[in-house]
Design a binder for this molecule. Structure first.
Ligand code: CA
Length: 241
């Protein structure tokens, strides 16, 4: 039943047909395979049976909450998830990301803009064996050990349970250990080359990463905030240049 999907298979979970239908059409015109469902139940079913490359997930669905769907998907899968939120609901964005979503889109949105973000997300998640990560050697700084190829991070020998974004952020900061990495460089490296939104998302993810590292934001061991500029990875024992 599955057809050739040159650019990827996108699952659109949205109960407003005035949004899902034209957007699915735009996706197909752009060379994607688009699957549409209006319900939370349909989302879980299609995610399992069709293995989409990316899920766009509305927050308010007729039979459930998009956040529960997101949480459920994350239990089994690392598929990129973009939450669809109503305008001006900042909390929804934060909550959506906290559940393991990769990005969010505020409705109403421009199909062209969202498709370019989808392409960027897919580029990041589909990097093949020749990607920089797989060629990179493991690094150890202080008690932290990072293996970019295996995508494993350990602290004191025990593996950290990091989301994809948290891992990418940590890897980027450790690559430049001792140096300040600018906010916009982190955004473009970890999220999207054409990032146009706010960098609030970055702070949220840095917050979770710190929590998992056991880092106190007021007196961090690993990730220092350089106000107005960015962040610096400064592990104990690493001399600042
Ligand atoms: Ca809805």
């Amino acid at each position: 039943m599955a057809t050739q999907a040159p650019s990827g298979r996108i699952l659109v979970v949205e109960d407003e047909e005035s949004i899902s239908q034209p957007f699915a059409e735009a996706l197909r015109r752009a060379g994607f395979e688009a699957l549409v469902t209006a319900t939370a139940a349909g989302a879980l079913e299609l995610a399992a049976s069709e293995e989409p490359d990316l899920v766009m997930l509305d927050l308010a669905l007729p039979d459930g909450d998009g956040r529960d769907v997101c949480r459920e998907l994350r239990r089994h899968s690392d598929v990129p998830i973009m939450m669809l939120t109503a305008r001006g609901t900042e909390m929804d964005k934060i909550v959506g990301l906290e559940l393991g979503a990769d990005d969010y889109v505020v409705k109403p949105f421009s199909a062209a803009e969202v498709i370019s973000r989808i392409r960027a997300v897919l580029r990041r998640s589909n990097r093949g064996d020749d990607s920089r990560e797989s060629r990179e050697k493991p690094v150890q700084i202080g008690e932290l050990e990072l293996d970019p190829g295996a995508r494993i991070a350990r602290i004191d020998g025990s593996e950290l349970d990091l989301s994809r974004k948290e891992f990418d952020l940590l890897a980027e900061l450790m690559r430049h250990a001792g140096q300040v990495v600018r906010r916009e460089d982190l955004m473009s490296e970890v999220w999207d080359t054409n990032w146009f939104g706010s960098t609030k998302t970055l702070d949220v993810h840095i917050g979770w990463l710190r929590r998992k590292l056991g880092d106190d934001p007021a007196d961090p061991t690993y990730i220092e905030t350089v106000r107005g500029v960015g962040f610096r990875f400064a592990a104990p024992g690493v001399e600042e240049p």
